[in-house]
Design a protein around this ligand. Structure first.
Ligand SMILES: C[S@@+](CC[C@H](N)C(=O)[O-])C[C@H]1O[C@@H](n2cnc3c(N)ncnc32)[C@H](O)[C@@H]1O
Length: 492
């Protein structure tokens, strides 16, 4: 199938992609093989085959670098560096702390890229070598010195790879940092992969595409439209997490992609009316505090109702405190203690953050996954009031996603799936207690079926071996059962 995009160029972003035909949600724009796949930068010790964090009790029998078992030892992904390390007798030093960053692993993906430039020189020359690497900007960052030691010196001196110049090695590191996408191995652990055509898309904090990368198919990428896109319109992906406030997204983009985002969402103090950055005014009743210029992190923030003002720097500090509290929340992931901790934080921030603030949305997202699953909070345990709570959480998240991840987004598909169970159980429970009649039950269950249909439409685009693809199959089964059960209800 021919690609449905072409490349153009403008001063503000460099090269970018535009669609060459009208696209509908879920239409495939292109499929692309990875040029290289490998571990992320600044990682803890991970298996070089599947990226699972390892305790280094098993090491590759040829090169001594970390892999998790004999199968990953013979993974074709590990073969290139294995040969280099073995030939140079460059052994992996098992770090004392296995939960800390392992600088030795910084060289692995750049080395795979450099070796691929030789083994696949045609594609390297045509698609990869001129990719944006932001060399000048990166020279001024602390990463540069680390890279000089951990990658450039290590490869040229310790691994005797003088044939790769210092400049070329830094370029390889820059190309990876600026362009690589996160990939998930079949075991579900994350690494990074370089997809040169897909990487040409510009960033927008509200994207109009979504990509899936399938590990069982050699990390093949499939890029689809998520919304209607007209012929000639720019195609966007988002280089950052969408559930973050503007100030933090822009900081992340500047730190890792070296540009100041000025997309419509970033430029709007209300974030397209989602208020994902807005604070509540504590000095008056109804006021909302928003930035006077969201494209300037230092600009003043003012209340819409009173004279209260905050400096950008103060808002940043508030966000930092909140982020630290969220990161340090008590309770293991998935436990009942975690539910209680999240509910407590939601209550605590209610007086400070706008109800749709990004941090509240992040907390709601975690909570929506826990109700129905955590011990003591499984669906059998949930009283109606908590079923309603889960429904409310999912609906609040969806109202934000409608704006920032419109159309066929994976997150939307997953939240719709989360929403269907409590809605269905709640309707059945009301019916059982005689609070709703046959017709209302039917109407409510038909509503649930619609939600499931949408979840299936979105998630069945994912590979059936991946998490979301598995959920798609469960959603499809639930939909069949629900339809059968609706059919047994008395006709209206
Ligand atoms: C993955 S590359 C995209 C392709 C790149 N434009 C090129 O010509 O190779 C990412 C880089 O493109 C530029 N870029 C992408 N989206 C942008 C945006 N919304 N605003 C400004 N620059 C952008 C930045 O320089 C960024 O580091």
């Amino acid at each position: 199938m021919a690609d449905k995009f072409k490349i153009e160029k403008k001063d503000t972003v460099g090269r970018y992609a535009v669609s060459t035909c009208d696209l509908k949600p879920s239409d495939v724009i292109l499929t692309e093989e990875a040029f290289v796949v490998g571990p992320k930068a600044t990682t803890v010790p991970v298996c070089l085959g599947c990226f699972v964090p390892v305790d280094c009790s098993y090491l590759c029998s040829k090169c001594t670098w970390p892999v998790c078992n004999p199968e990953c030892e013979s993974s074709p992904y590990h073969a290139p560096e294995c040969q280099v390390f073995s030939a140079a007798n460059a052994k992996y030093q098992v770090p004392a702390d296995l939960f800390e960053y392992s600088p030795q692993l910084d060289c692995v993906t750049p080395l795979r890229l450099l070796l691929a430039s030789e083994s696949n020189s045609k594609r390297w020359n045509e698609e990869v070598k001129d990719m944006e690497a932001h060399i000048e900007a990166r020279k001024k960052t602390p990463y540069w010195e680390n890279e000089q030691t951990n990658v450039v010196k290590f490869l040229r001196e310790r691994c005797k790879l003088e044939r790769f110049s210092e400049d070329l090695i830094h370029t390889a590191c820059g190309i990876l940092e600026v362009n690589a996408f996160e990939v998930r191995s079949s075991q579900g652990y994350t690494g990074r992969g370089l997809f040169p055509k897909t990487a040409l898309m510009s960033h927008n904090c509200v994207s109009n595409t979504c990509h899936s990368i399938v590990p069982s198919k050699n990390y093949k990428l499939i890029l689809r439209a998520t919304v209607d896109v007209k012929k000639g319109e720019e195609l966007f992906t988002s280089y950052t997490q969408s559930l973050l406030p503007t100030m933090v997204r822009r900081e992340n983009l500047l730190d890792s992609k070296y540009f100041h985002c000025a997309c419509p969402r970033c430029s709007d103090p209300t974030e397209l009316n989602t208020h994902m950055s807005s604070l509540k005014c504590t000095k008056c009743d109804n006021g909302i505090i928003i930035s006077t210029d969201p494209l300037d992190a230092e600009a003043e923030w003012t209340c819409t109702h009173c004279q209260f003002k905050l400096r950008g720097e103060q808002v940043r500090r508030i966000y930092r405190v909140i982020q630290t509290e969220i990161d340090g929340m008590p309770g293991e992931e998935g436990t009942p203690e975690r539910i209680e901790a999240i509910e407590k934080l939601l209550k605590q921030y209610r007086s400070v953050l706008h109800p749709k603030h990004a941090y509240l949305t992040i907390l709601r997202h975690s909570l929506s996954e826990l109700y129905g699953r955590a011990e003591g909070y499984t669906f059998e345990d949930l009283p109606d009031i908590l079923l309603e709570r889960k429904v409310e959480l999912c609906q609040q998240i969806l109202s934000v996603l409608d704006v920032i991840e419109p159309g066929y987004s994976r997150m939307r598909g997953m939240i719709l799936y989360e929403l269907h169970v409590p809605m269905m159980l709640f309707a059945r429970s009301r019916y059982q207690y005689g609070e709703i009649d046959d017709a209302t039950l039917r109407r409510r269950l038909e509503e649930v079926a619609k939600i499931l249909e949408e979840a299936v439409a979105i998630l069945s685009l994912e590979d059936p071996t991946m998490g979301e693809g598995i959920v798609a199959q469960m959603a499809q089964e639930s939909l069949g059962q629900l339809r059968a059960s609706i059919a047994t209800l008395p006709q209206p």
